[in-house]
Design a protein around this ligand. Structure first.
Ligand code: FAD
Length: 311
């Protein structure tokens, strides 16, 4: 068994494994896809101290850094079940899709999240070429341009407010007949002069010129009429889904959104099990935050290991 098993190989998991390996603990890291969401990213401009990098390059650097230590990297492993230790200090077990199972005294769960897709034509084709999911990451790329934000919940309306300060014009597109965001956010959005709000509008297609996005087609759900908005960017804000389905029957506490509930020390509701990054309740999902959280979870695992004798 490992002293530390990290499940998930994105920025959070990579950071966690390096920290525990540096404490001299036997560390394994099992990931469905080492690198995580970073692999799907092109330009990264907010990884502080690195003015510009690209996702695949950062993923390769994560792998290289992990490779500097005696960390057992198990790529292409999908965890399907967690069986927590029966008592503190005992071994936790993680089962995998291929039938394998691993045991460890502490676990660091860092399985990340995925953006919910619209599922309309053009969305996939123009991903990173006008279709974006993260306003903090990609907002400045649309300086002075016209964008749509799809989704009228808190994240959509926050994104629209954020973008309206940067881009030329924002069209907020909501499927329902009303926005679901907190009233204070709605009031703020409505006070901004370069924002249009479309309600009862079903986005049906992202259009482009073959290179980049040039428009969004939507259907007015009241009249059935189809319309097109000319624009350069589409931010999809219909939810970030944590990859925690496999934890449902484990007894670990999840939030109503399915995020692993953690405290300020990255501890979960189960002793000896820590969690970090986008799969948790940590506010704001970013690479630099995930790395910080992974390091924090690792130091908490270290603390647990020196205080609890193996049983
Ligand atoms: P992830 O990166 O999601 O990694 C999760 C890991 O867990 C992966 O290895 C995955 O394969 C694995 N996994 C999932 N389920 C299982 C399972 N059941 N069993 C085993 N392994 C599993 N952030 C920025 O700061 N700047 C940016 O410019 C930026 N741009 C982005 C652009 C795009 C297109 C996307 C999608 C995200 C972007 N982000 C950006 C967000 C950033 O990528 C995430 O916040 C960050 O990757 C989260 O790290 P993480 O380690 O928590 O999770």
């Amino acid at each position: 068994p490992f002293e530390v098993l990290v499940v998930g190989g994105g920025p959070a998991g990579a950071a966690a494994s390096i920290y525990t390996a540096r404490k001299g603990f036997s560390t394994g890291i099992a990931a469905e896809r080492f690198g995580g969401q970073v692999l799907d990213t092109v330009g990264i401009e907010n990884f502080i101290s690195v003015p510009y990098t690209e996702g695949p390059k950062l993923a390769a650097q994560l792998e290289a850094h992990v490779g500097e230590y005696a960390i057992d990297v198990m790529n292409l492993q999908t965890a399907t079940k967690l069986i927590p230790a029966a008592r503190p200090g005992g071994l936790h077990e993680v089962q995998f899709e291929n039938g394998a199972s691993l045991k460890a005294r502490t676990l660091i769960l860092s399985t990340g999240a995925r953006w919910r897709n619209l599922g309309v034509p053009g969305e996939f084709e123009y991903r990173n070429r006008g279709v974006a999911y993260c306003p903090h990451c990609d907002g400045p790329l649309f300086k002075g341009k016209r964008v749509a934000v799809i989704g009228g919940g808190n994240s959509g309306v926050e994104a629209a407010i954020d973008l309206a300060n940067i881009v030329g014009h924002v069209t907020l597109v909501e499927f329902d007949s009303k926005l679901r965001a907190d009233q204070v956010l709605q009031d703020k959005l409505r006070s901004m002069s370069n924002v249009d709000i479309l309600l009862s509008a079903q986005s049906t297609e992202v259009t482009g010129d073959g290179e980049r996005v040039n428009g969004l087609v939507y259907k007015n759900r009241e009249t059935g009429a189809e319309h097109r908005v000319d624009l350069e960017g589409v931010f999809v804000q219909i939810g970030l889904v944590p990859n925690t389905e496999w934890l449902k029957d484990s007894g670990i506490e999840l939030s109503k959104f399915g995020e692993i509930v953690i405290d300020t020390h990255a501890a979960t509701s189960l002793p000896g099990i820590f969690a970090a990054g986008d799969c948790t309740t940590v506010p704001f999902k970013q690479i630099i935050i995930a790395m910080g959280e992974g390091s924090k979870a690792a130091l908490s695992a270290f603390d647990y290991l020196i205080r609890n004798e193996a049983v």
